[in-house]
Each structure stands twice: as structure tokens, then as C-alpha cells.
Design a protein around this ligand. Structure first.
Ligand code: KG4
Ligand code: ZN
Length: 349
């Protein structure tokens, strides 16, 4: 029997420091250290994020190894996020990964964060089997920084079919929550309040973006103007109607996303649909996508909550799949703030 492949995956692209240990594709640990320092600013402050990553990286990696019961000497390789993301944040994770791999004399594997969100669907767990999508499938990747529809032909062969031309879906949730004074990150708050609201209480315009592209900045502006107008008449309008406002905003965003998914299915003929990224934690999106899938006869793949927002396990699984191909990274590789989902990195780049 060949030796097990033991991967340490490190994620530090935005405001979560995360590390995961995976043995032969099975997750043994996935430790996520959130940064609360950004809350009072209502958004991620890049310089504060990189400082917090510096504080968190060693204890987070240590906790991931401890929870997995794995010693550094047992690691086969280290995977890290090369991009896209905030450069200062990426630098912390990639520098740590390089130093650790050099000291252990093991290979380094660079991972594209956007591919990793999608590859989270391939994470295996010890006591649970989650269905794994068959190729080709479509993935709706919705996060704080991106909104994309991707055709996934194989683990690392991805084609970008459409994306947002301005704000990402998560950004729309966060900015509207900020206007309403709900705190940061706003997505989970809007989701929670939407549960007890009426999604048809208010109507907001949906963008008419061509083809498979998205636009969410108009929605944010229309909510802002609507609330300004209502608050001028009744200063307590937001407080009195926050559940209905959240439910209506959420419905507008979910309907927009699912409208594009329908179009992508029609254009490609592919009827296996996965969803990934932080916004895929949204209960409205999860439920509506499952319901649509049942109605249309599509196969729907919704990730466990733990793998929706940024996490080390998605980096570890991508690195594991690259390890099997012998696709390693040079120690001199620099992080990339901008990176297409179509770029699988590695020796070729
Ligand atoms: O994937 P992620 O952790 O980071 C990026 O790569 O951007 O996504 C974070 C985004 C934030 O905008 C956050 O508000 C949103 O995901 N989010 C949600 C929910 N949970 C997280 N949006 C709507 N509903 C949720 N339940
Ligand atoms: Zn992400």
C-alpha cells in the first residue's frame, strides 16, 4: 500500500485565516479564524486584515495539525492560496506556506481561490458522504468579491461563462445591510431577518444585464433612494420594516441569480448545477435552487455550510488533486491579487 497523501491547506485571501489537514482527500480538520476587527468599519480594511493574518496564522495552523493528530513531519505537501484576493493578506499565507514547506523539505502547491470554492464539492469527510458532481457541471460562484457562472469540464478545466460587471452578490448583501445599519458582514444578518419577512412587500428593480453577466450596483442604489424617501416620511421606517426589506432584497438577488442559471442551462444543455462561495450559505438561495432543480429535473449540489465561506479545506482538496497530478509550485511564486477562474496555475504559469 502506498503512503497516505497528507496535505496542509492554507487560506488567507481576505479576512479569514484558515488551515486544514486532509489525508487522501478526507478532511481531518478545518480551523477558521474570523477577524472581528473589521466590524466597526462596515467592511474589510486591507491593512488590518494582513496584520490580523500575521497574528492568527501560526495558532491556526497549529490548531489544524493538533485537531487532525498530524505532526509536521508527516505532511506530504502544503497548499496555499496564490490569488485572487487582497495582496497583503495573500502575502501572509503564501510566505508562511513557503517557509514551512522549505523547512520541512516538502513540495508547495499553489491554488486558485476561485477554483477552490468550486472544488469544495470534492471534499470528503470521515463519517458523511456528500454527493460529488459529475463533469461537466455548471457552478454559480457567489461570494463577497465575485459572482460568476462557470462551466466545470474537469477539476482544473474551467470556463467562465459570465460574471458581475460591478458589485458581487455578497457585496450587494453587505452594502444594503450597511445602509440599513445591520452590521458587517451583512449577508448572514439579511438572511436571518428575511426568514420572518414578506418577500413581496417591496419591489426592487432587477438588472437587465446582457447574456450571462450580472450587475448588482443598481439594486444597492435603488434600495438607498427608496429608504431615504421613506425615512424622510417616517424616521422609524427601517426599524419597523426591516424583516420585509431584507426578505424583498434577498428575493431580488436570488431571482436574479437563478434567472441567469436558467439561461446558462439553456445555452449549454448542462443540467448539473453546483453553487459555491459565501453567498451559497444563504437559505433563500439554497432553498430556491433546490426547488428549481426539482421542478426542472436538474441535479443540484449545495455544499455543507462549513465549506461555503472561505476555508482551508477547499484549498487542501484543490492541493490534493494537484498533488495527484504532480502539479507543484516554485518557491519564488508571487501572490496574484487578480486571477481568472480559468487559470489553474502550477509549473506552466
Ligand atoms: O466566500 P466568502 O467567505 O469570501 C469571499 O471570497 O468574498 O464570502 C463572503 C460573503 C460576504 O459578502 C457575506 O455577506 C456573504 O458571503 N454571506 C452571505 C451569507 N453568509 C455569508 N450572504 C447571504 N446570506 C448568507 N447567509
Ligand atoms: Zn472566497
Amino acid at each position: 500500500m502506498s503512503a497516505p497523501v497528507v496535505i496542509l491547506g492554507i487560506e488567507s485571501s481576505c479576512d479569514d485565516t484558515s488551515a486544514s489537514v486532509m489525508v487522501d482527500g478526507v478532511k481531518l480538520s478545518n480551523v477558521i479564524s474570523n477577524q472581528t476587527v473589521h466590524e466597526e468599519f462596515g467592511g474589510v480594511v486591507p491593512e488590518l486584515a494582513s496584520r490580523a493574518h500575521q497574528q492568527n496564522i501560526v495558532p491556526t495552523v497549529q490548531a489544524a495539525l493538533n485537531q487532525a493528530g498530524i505532526k509536521p513531519s508527516e505532511l506530504s505537501a502544503i497548499g496555499y492560496t496564490r490569488g485572487p484576493g487582497l495582496l497583503g493578506s495573500l502575502l501572509v499565507g503564501s510566505s508562511f506556506a513557503k517557509g514551512f514547506a522549505l523547512s520541512l523539505d516538502i513540495p508547495l502547491i499553489e491554488v486558485n481561490h476561485m477554483q477552490a470554492h468550486i472544488l469544495a464539492h470534492f471534499i470528503q469527510e470521515k463519517e458523511k458522504t456528500t454527493p460529488i458532481p459529475k463533469f461537466p457541471f455548471l457552478c454559480l460562484t457567489v461570494s463577497g468579491g465575485h459572482t460568476q457562472i462557470v462551466q466545470v469540464n474537469s477539476h482544473f478545466e474551467m470556463k467562465l461563462l459570465g460574471q458581475t460587471k460591478d458589485d458581487a452578490a455578497g457585496e450587494a448583501f453587505d452594502k444594503i445591510a450597511k445602509i440599513m445599519g445591520l452590521g458587517y458582514p451583512g449577508g448572514p444578518m439579511v438572511d436571518k431577518l428575511a426568514h420572518r419577512g414578506n418577500p413581496n412587500a417591496f419591489e426592487f428593480p432587477k438588472s437587465k444585464m446582457q447574456g450571462l453577466n450580472f450587475s448588482f450596483s443598481g439594486l444597492k442604489t435603488s434600495v438607498l433612494y427608496f429608504l431615504q424617501k421613506e425615512v424622510a416620511k417616517n424616521p422609524d421606517f427601517v426599524e419597523q420594516n426591516k424583516a420585509d426589506i431584507c426578505a424583498s432584497v434577498q428575493k431580488t438577488i436570488v431571482d436574479t441569480l437563478l434567472g441567469k442559471v436558467k439561461r446558462a442551462v439553456k445555452e449549454t444543455g448542462i443540467k448539473s448545477i453546483a453553487v459555491a462561495g459565501g453567498v451559497s450559505a444563504n437559505s433563500g438561495l439554497r432553498n430556491e435552487l433546490k426547488a428549481l432543480g426539482e421542478k426542472q429535473g436538474w441535479k443540484i449540489y449545495v455544499p455543507p455550510f462549513e465549506y461555503t465561506t472561505d476555508n482551508g479545506a477547499m484549498i487542501a482538496v484543490a492541493a490534493y488533486l494537484k498533488y495527484l497530478k504532480g502539479d507543484f509550485s516554485k518557491v519564488g511564486m508571487a501572490p496574484m491579487a487578480r486571477l481568472s477562474v480559468e487559470n489553474d496555475l502550477g509549473w506552466k504559469s
